[in-house]
Design a protein around this ligand. Structure first.
Ligand code: ZN
Length: 292
Protein backbone atom coordinates (compact mmCIF):
# COMPACT_ATOMS: atom_id res chain seq x y z
CA UNK A 1 0.00 0.00 0.00
CA UNK A 2 1.24 3.44 -0.87
CA UNK A 3 2.51 5.54 1.98
CA UNK A 4 1.00 8.92 2.79
CA UNK A 5 4.14 10.57 1.39
CA UNK A 6 3.74 8.74 -1.92
CA UNK A 7 0.07 9.67 -2.02
CA UNK A 8 0.85 13.31 -1.28
CA UNK A 9 3.08 13.32 -4.38
CA UNK A 10 0.00 12.21 -6.35
CA UNK A 11 -2.10 14.94 -4.73
CA UNK A 12 0.47 17.56 -5.75
CA UNK A 13 0.55 16.24 -9.32
CA UNK A 14 -3.25 16.25 -9.55
CA UNK A 15 -3.66 19.77 -8.18
CA UNK A 16 -0.96 21.01 -10.56
CA UNK A 17 -2.74 19.30 -13.48
CA UNK A 18 -5.78 21.43 -12.61
CA UNK A 19 -3.70 24.58 -13.05
CA UNK A 20 -2.81 25.41 -9.45
CA UNK A 21 0.66 26.17 -8.15
CA UNK A 22 2.09 23.99 -5.39
CA UNK A 23 5.60 24.60 -4.09
CA UNK A 24 7.58 22.14 -2.00
CA UNK A 25 9.55 22.91 1.15
CA UNK A 26 12.90 21.09 0.79
CA UNK A 27 12.88 17.92 2.89
CA UNK A 28 9.08 17.73 3.14
CA UNK A 29 9.09 13.97 2.50
CA UNK A 30 11.04 13.21 5.67
CA UNK A 31 9.78 16.04 7.86
CA UNK A 32 7.62 15.28 10.88
CA UNK A 33 6.90 17.01 14.16
CA UNK A 34 8.28 14.31 16.42
CA UNK A 35 11.80 13.25 17.33
CA UNK A 36 11.56 10.01 15.36
CA UNK A 37 9.74 9.44 12.09
CA UNK A 38 6.01 9.19 12.69
CA UNK A 39 3.69 8.88 9.71
CA UNK A 40 0.43 10.71 9.19
CA UNK A 41 -2.39 8.35 8.36
CA UNK A 42 -4.51 10.78 6.30
CA UNK A 43 -7.90 9.36 7.29
CA UNK A 44 -9.41 12.83 7.15
CA UNK A 45 -8.45 16.51 7.01
CA UNK A 46 -8.32 19.31 9.55
CA UNK A 47 -8.33 22.82 8.14
CA UNK A 48 -7.06 25.74 10.23
CA UNK A 49 -6.24 29.37 9.98
CA UNK A 50 -2.96 30.73 11.29
CA UNK A 51 -4.79 33.56 13.15
CA UNK A 52 -2.69 36.08 11.23
CA UNK A 53 -2.56 36.60 7.46
CA UNK A 54 1.21 37.10 7.60
CA UNK A 55 2.42 33.99 9.44
CA UNK A 56 5.61 32.93 7.62
CA UNK A 57 6.34 29.47 6.28
CA UNK A 58 9.43 29.26 8.52
CA UNK A 59 7.21 29.46 11.59
CA UNK A 60 4.92 26.69 10.33
CA UNK A 61 7.99 24.58 9.52
CA UNK A 62 10.17 25.27 12.57
CA UNK A 63 7.41 25.70 15.08
CA UNK A 64 6.71 27.56 18.23
CA UNK A 65 9.70 27.94 20.58
CA UNK A 66 7.39 28.79 23.47
CA UNK A 67 5.27 25.65 23.14
CA UNK A 68 8.34 23.70 21.93
CA UNK A 69 6.39 22.25 19.03
CA UNK A 70 7.86 21.91 15.56
CA UNK A 71 6.17 21.35 12.18
CA UNK A 72 2.77 22.95 12.69
CA UNK A 73 1.01 21.66 9.57
CA UNK A 74 1.38 19.46 6.52
CA UNK A 75 0.41 22.09 3.97
CA UNK A 76 0.09 25.87 3.89
CA UNK A 77 -2.72 27.59 1.99
CA UNK A 78 -1.33 30.99 0.95
CA UNK A 79 -3.38 34.10 0.37
CA UNK A 80 -2.34 34.28 -3.28
CA UNK A 81 -4.10 30.99 -4.04
CA UNK A 82 -1.00 28.81 -4.09
CA UNK A 83 -0.11 25.98 -1.74
CA UNK A 84 3.13 24.99 -0.06
CA UNK A 85 3.80 21.42 1.08
CA UNK A 86 5.80 21.43 4.31
CA UNK A 87 5.63 17.95 5.83
CA UNK A 88 4.70 14.45 4.76
CA UNK A 89 4.68 13.05 8.31
CA UNK A 90 3.02 13.74 11.61
CA UNK A 91 2.44 17.47 12.16
CA UNK A 92 1.49 19.33 15.35
CA UNK A 93 -1.68 21.08 14.23
CA UNK A 94 -4.76 19.81 16.06
CA UNK A 95 -3.53 17.81 19.06
CA UNK A 96 -5.99 16.26 21.49
CA UNK A 97 -9.54 16.71 20.29
CA UNK A 98 -13.02 15.29 20.83
CA UNK A 99 -12.65 11.49 20.58
CA UNK A 100 -15.79 11.33 18.39
CA UNK A 101 -13.98 13.31 15.68
CA UNK A 102 -12.94 10.30 13.55
CA UNK A 103 -16.49 8.91 13.73
CA UNK A 104 -17.97 12.24 12.68
CA UNK A 105 -15.40 12.56 9.88
CA UNK A 106 -16.75 9.37 8.33
CA UNK A 107 -20.08 11.05 7.61
CA UNK A 108 -19.77 14.78 8.17
CA UNK A 109 -22.87 16.98 7.88
CA UNK A 110 -23.10 18.84 4.59
CA UNK A 111 -25.59 21.45 5.80
CA UNK A 112 -24.08 22.59 9.11
CA UNK A 113 -20.80 22.79 10.94
CA UNK A 114 -20.08 20.22 13.66
CA UNK A 115 -20.38 21.28 17.30
CA UNK A 116 -17.59 19.39 19.09
CA UNK A 117 -17.69 17.93 22.57
CA UNK A 118 -14.98 17.99 25.20
CA UNK A 119 -11.40 17.07 24.31
CA UNK A 120 -10.12 13.56 24.77
CA UNK A 121 -6.94 13.13 26.82
CA UNK A 122 -5.80 10.27 24.59
CA UNK A 123 -6.99 10.85 21.02
CA UNK A 124 -4.73 13.14 18.98
CA UNK A 125 -5.93 14.08 15.50
CA UNK A 126 -2.33 14.62 14.41
CA UNK A 127 -1.77 10.92 13.78
CA UNK A 128 -4.84 10.59 11.58
CA UNK A 129 -5.48 13.87 9.80
CA UNK A 130 -3.71 15.91 7.15
CA UNK A 131 -3.44 19.40 8.63
CA UNK A 132 -3.62 22.59 6.58
CA UNK A 133 -2.95 26.11 7.83
CA UNK A 134 -4.41 28.96 5.80
CA UNK A 135 -2.84 32.38 6.19
CA UNK A 136 -5.84 34.19 7.64
CA UNK A 137 -7.12 35.63 10.87
CA UNK A 138 -9.68 37.97 12.42
CA UNK A 139 -10.65 40.64 9.92
CA UNK A 140 -8.73 38.85 7.16
CA UNK A 141 -10.52 35.61 6.33
CA UNK A 142 -9.44 33.35 3.49
CA UNK A 143 -9.21 35.16 0.14
CA UNK A 144 -11.30 33.92 -2.77
CA UNK A 145 -8.14 32.53 -4.40
CA UNK A 146 -7.21 30.79 -1.16
CA UNK A 147 -10.66 29.18 -0.92
CA UNK A 148 -10.34 27.98 -4.51
CA UNK A 149 -6.97 26.40 -3.77
CA UNK A 150 -8.28 24.79 -0.58
CA UNK A 151 -11.23 23.33 -2.52
CA UNK A 152 -8.85 21.91 -5.13
CA UNK A 153 -6.34 20.55 -2.59
CA UNK A 154 -9.00 18.73 -0.59
CA UNK A 155 -10.74 17.44 -3.73
CA UNK A 156 -7.43 15.95 -4.88
CA UNK A 157 -6.88 14.48 -1.39
CA UNK A 158 -10.33 12.87 -1.47
CA UNK A 159 -9.63 11.32 -4.87
CA UNK A 160 -6.11 10.10 -4.01
CA UNK A 161 -6.75 8.97 -0.42
CA UNK A 162 -10.05 7.34 -1.31
CA UNK A 163 -12.20 9.53 0.93
CA UNK A 164 -15.93 9.95 0.43
CA UNK A 165 -16.57 12.00 -2.70
CA UNK A 166 -20.05 13.11 -1.69
CA UNK A 167 -19.39 13.88 2.00
CA UNK A 168 -15.64 14.47 2.08
CA UNK A 169 -14.10 14.23 5.58
CA UNK A 170 -12.78 17.77 5.79
CA UNK A 171 -13.27 19.27 9.23
CA UNK A 172 -12.36 22.67 10.57
CA UNK A 173 -10.24 22.78 13.72
CA UNK A 174 -13.26 24.44 15.37
CA UNK A 175 -15.29 21.31 14.58
CA UNK A 176 -12.90 19.05 16.51
CA UNK A 177 -12.33 20.93 19.76
CA UNK A 178 -13.97 23.58 21.93
CA UNK A 179 -10.54 25.19 22.38
CA UNK A 180 -10.57 26.79 18.93
CA UNK A 181 -13.88 28.48 18.18
CA UNK A 182 -13.61 30.40 14.94
CA UNK A 183 -10.62 28.44 13.59
CA UNK A 184 -11.24 28.93 10.74
CA UNK A 185 -13.99 31.57 10.52
CA UNK A 186 -15.67 30.28 7.38
CA UNK A 187 -18.33 27.59 7.09
CA UNK A 188 -16.81 24.11 6.87
CA UNK A 189 -20.07 22.62 5.62
CA UNK A 190 -19.69 25.10 2.77
CA UNK A 191 -16.15 23.80 2.19
CA UNK A 192 -17.40 20.22 2.10
CA UNK A 193 -20.15 21.12 -0.39
CA UNK A 194 -17.75 22.94 -2.71
CA UNK A 195 -15.21 20.12 -2.54
CA UNK A 196 -17.88 17.52 -3.32
CA UNK A 197 -19.08 19.60 -6.26
CA UNK A 198 -15.52 20.01 -7.53
CA UNK A 199 -14.81 16.28 -7.22
CA UNK A 200 -17.91 15.61 -9.32
CA UNK A 201 -16.60 17.84 -12.10
CA UNK A 202 -13.19 16.13 -11.98
CA UNK A 203 -14.45 12.57 -11.91
CA UNK A 204 -17.71 12.62 -13.92
CA UNK A 205 -17.70 10.73 -17.22
CA UNK A 206 -16.95 12.90 -20.26
CA UNK A 207 -20.00 14.75 -21.52
CA UNK A 208 -21.99 14.18 -18.35
CA UNK A 209 -23.39 17.55 -17.32
CA UNK A 210 -23.73 18.32 -13.64
CA UNK A 211 -27.19 18.87 -12.32
CA UNK A 212 -27.70 22.43 -11.25
CA UNK A 213 -28.32 23.29 -7.63
CA UNK A 214 -30.83 25.96 -6.72
CA UNK A 215 -29.73 28.94 -4.68
CA UNK A 216 -31.81 29.35 -1.58
CA UNK A 217 -32.05 32.47 0.52
CA UNK A 218 -30.43 30.51 3.36
CA UNK A 219 -27.50 29.62 1.11
CA UNK A 220 -27.12 33.21 -0.01
CA UNK A 221 -27.12 34.35 3.59
CA UNK A 222 -24.45 31.80 4.36
CA UNK A 223 -22.25 33.12 1.58
CA UNK A 224 -22.57 36.61 2.96
CA UNK A 225 -22.31 35.67 6.63
CA UNK A 226 -18.99 33.97 6.04
CA UNK A 227 -17.33 37.21 5.08
CA UNK A 228 -15.60 38.84 8.01
CA UNK A 229 -16.95 42.22 8.95
CA UNK A 230 -19.97 41.95 6.70
CA UNK A 231 -23.17 42.58 8.64
CA UNK A 232 -26.18 42.67 6.38
CA UNK A 233 -29.17 44.71 7.40
CA UNK A 234 -32.16 46.54 6.01
CA UNK A 235 -34.22 45.25 3.13
CA UNK A 236 -32.30 42.00 3.16
CA UNK A 237 -34.10 39.37 1.14
CA UNK A 238 -34.78 41.61 -1.83
CA UNK A 239 -31.22 42.86 -2.04
CA UNK A 240 -29.74 39.42 -1.68
CA UNK A 241 -31.98 38.29 -4.51
CA UNK A 242 -30.49 41.06 -6.61
CA UNK A 243 -27.01 39.85 -5.69
CA UNK A 244 -27.95 36.30 -6.65
CA UNK A 245 -29.32 37.54 -9.96
CA UNK A 246 -26.05 39.32 -10.50
CA UNK A 247 -24.10 36.19 -9.52
CA UNK A 248 -25.94 34.26 -12.22
CA UNK A 249 -24.38 36.62 -14.76
CA UNK A 250 -20.96 35.76 -13.30
CA UNK A 251 -20.10 39.43 -13.45
CA UNK A 252 -18.18 40.62 -10.41
CA UNK A 253 -19.01 44.21 -11.26
CA UNK A 254 -22.73 43.42 -11.31
CA UNK A 255 -22.51 41.60 -7.99
CA UNK A 256 -20.62 44.47 -6.40
CA UNK A 257 -23.26 46.86 -7.63
CA UNK A 258 -26.02 44.74 -6.10
CA UNK A 259 -24.15 44.33 -2.82
CA UNK A 260 -23.53 48.06 -2.70
CA UNK A 261 -27.24 48.43 -1.99
CA UNK A 262 -26.95 46.42 1.22
CA UNK A 263 -26.36 48.25 4.45
CA UNK A 264 -22.99 47.00 5.68
CA UNK A 265 -21.86 48.77 8.84
CA UNK A 266 -18.17 48.17 9.38
CA UNK A 267 -17.61 46.19 6.21
CA UNK A 268 -14.46 47.03 4.29
CA UNK A 269 -14.30 47.29 0.53
CA UNK A 270 -12.08 44.20 0.67
CA UNK A 271 -14.78 42.25 2.52
CA UNK A 272 -17.36 43.26 -0.06
CA UNK A 273 -15.06 42.22 -2.88
CA UNK A 274 -14.51 38.89 -1.15
CA UNK A 275 -18.27 38.39 -0.87
CA UNK A 276 -18.64 39.23 -4.52
CA UNK A 277 -15.87 36.89 -5.57
CA UNK A 278 -17.30 34.04 -3.54
CA UNK A 279 -20.78 34.60 -4.87
CA UNK A 280 -19.31 34.56 -8.37
CA UNK A 281 -17.50 31.31 -7.63
CA UNK A 282 -20.77 29.72 -6.58
CA UNK A 283 -22.55 31.37 -9.48
CA UNK A 284 -20.55 29.21 -11.83
CA UNK A 285 -22.55 26.16 -10.78
CA UNK A 286 -25.67 27.66 -9.25
CA UNK A 287 -29.04 28.49 -10.72
CA UNK A 288 -31.39 31.20 -9.53
CA UNK A 289 -34.72 30.03 -8.17
CA UNK A 290 -37.67 32.39 -8.51
CA UNK A 291 -38.53 34.01 -5.17
CA UNK A 292 -41.00 31.92 -3.17
ZN1 ZN B 1 -6.10 25.46 14.38
Amino acid sequence: MATTVEQLRQVVALVRSWGYTVTLEPGWETRCGRASWTPCNAEYAVEHWTASPNTPTAYLRDGDPVRKLTVLCNVQFRRDGTGHLIAGGYANHAGYVDALTPTRAKRPPMDADITPGADSTTYSANRYAIGAEGNAGPGAGYTAAQHAFADAWWAACAIVFGWSRTAPPILGHKETTRRKPGDPSHSMAGRRRRVAALIATKTAPTGDSMSEKPVTLARALEILENVDGLIVGGDLAKRIESAIDAAATKSTAAILQALAGISVPGASAEALQEAAARAALDGATLRVDPPA
